[in-house]
Design a protein. Structure first.
Length: 367
């Protein structure tokens, strides 16, 4: 049985605080706003943009903001419920805001497990419980993606969508085929990894640790063996903390996760509907489904928070619906769903640091 070991405090704290440094917002802001400014310049000089631009439907713009508030509200609710209310509402707010800030200034592939665990640890949650709650959050998020992704693929396979969900007007079929292959491959990898983590966290953590270590024992993967072993140990610690928890706990986690991600995807539907009043119900289905694919693109993006890549991908996926307005809508999308977390991180990080470091560290012992 693996021991619950808290990381070396000073070195680990320093490393994670460096990750959370407000200075890290400079690169994503330069990339994102630079691209946004270039697109706005092209849009304003495009006669089609001027012709198609009309007063937006303010109801749908308001609904986009409501969807964002629902997303963040249930994120905060979920982490508080996962902690079994050991986190206060204020602590839950800080945790989510800074977790989102960390995601906004780091490539998605880097992952936020260490930062999220650190945030909970500094809020007074024990290391084992912090790790368990973060792992559950990640598994719940991936399970939602797997479920919705499967529905999207079934609809696509049965020709529910005209031309197919991966079809992009004016794009070479080879590129479309590559996009389809990338999505199927990424979906399969995420599904397999999530199911392994689920099985390990709730049933046989020792077996999954052995599998991770064994899989990285070859000469080519040997350099990843330490990380694989560490993740196996994390599974064991997290599994111990989650034993015997009641069904209502999991029901709240599942429902809040579904609401978080449904609201997150629906923001794009609301924004496009605000500028394109002719959308049909089928159009909304395609827009929502393409956001599922867009999520995979953002996962493998190498820039901080997908900055630059997210805007380009958005324009590629949604031009058939918003036409000349797509670049403009992409800018609004990022202004609503990305830049507020950069600003919030800069505002709330110093306050959180004073809050958790100005008093002696404590650990909450839960029943």
């Amino acid at each position: 049985m693996a021991e619950e070991k808290q990381p070396e405090s000073s070195g680990q704290d320093s490393k994670i605080l460096k990750t959370l440094s407000p200075r890290n917002i400079i690169i994503p802001i330069i990339i994102g706003l630079g691209l946004a400014g270039y697109w706005l310049y092209l849009d304003l000089s495009n006669p089609d943009f001027i012709k198609n631009f009309k007063n937006p439907n303010y109801f749908w713009l308001a609904m986009a903001v409501v969807a964002l508030l629902i997303r963040d509200g249930f994120y905060i609710y979920r982490i508080r419920e996962l902690s079994r209310k050991a986190l206060s509402w204020v602590g839950s707010f800080y945790t989510i805001i800074l977790w989102e800030f960390s995601s906004a200034i780091s490539p998605s592939a880097v992952g936020g497990t260490a930062v999220a665990t650190f945030l909970l640890l500094k809020e007074g949650i024990s290391f084992g419980k912090s790790l368990a709650y973060v792992l559950v959050s990640a598994i719940m998020d991936n399970m939602f993606f797997i479920t919705v992704g499967a529905i999207v693929l079934i609809l696509d396979a049965n020709n529910y969508y005209q031309n197919g969900i991966f079809y992009l007007a004016g794009v070479d079929p080879t590129i479309i085929g590559l996009l389809r292959t990338t999505f199927y491959t990424s979906y399969s990898i995420i599904a397999a990894y999530t199911l392994l983590m689920f099985y390990g966290l709730f049933f046989r953590p020792q077996a999954i640790k052995w599998l991770f270590v064994k899989a990285t024992s070859t000469r080519f993967l040997k350099r990843f063996q330490k990380a694989a072993e560490d993740q196996g140990n994390e599974l064991i610690v997290g599994s111990q903390e989650l034993k015997g928890i009641e069904f209502s706990y999991w029901l709240k986690a599942i429902i809040s996760t579904a609401l978080v991600w449904t609201a997150r995807y629906a923001i794009v539907n609301c924004l496009i509907a605000a500028f394109v009043p002719t959308l049909t119900l089928a159009d909304h289905g395609v827009i929502f489904s393409r956001h599922v694919i867009l999520w995979v693109v953002l996962i493998i993006a190498i820039t901080p928070g997908g900055s630059g890549i997210a805007e380009v991908a958005f324009k590629g996926f949604y031009t058939p619906f918003a036409l000349a307005l797509t670049g403009f809508v992409a800018i609004i999308w990022r202004m609503i769903t990305y830049y507020p977390y950069l600003i919030a991180g800069v505002i709330f990080l110093p306050r959180w640091l004073r809050r958790v470091f100005a008093k002696p560290s404590k650990t909450i012992h839960q029943k």
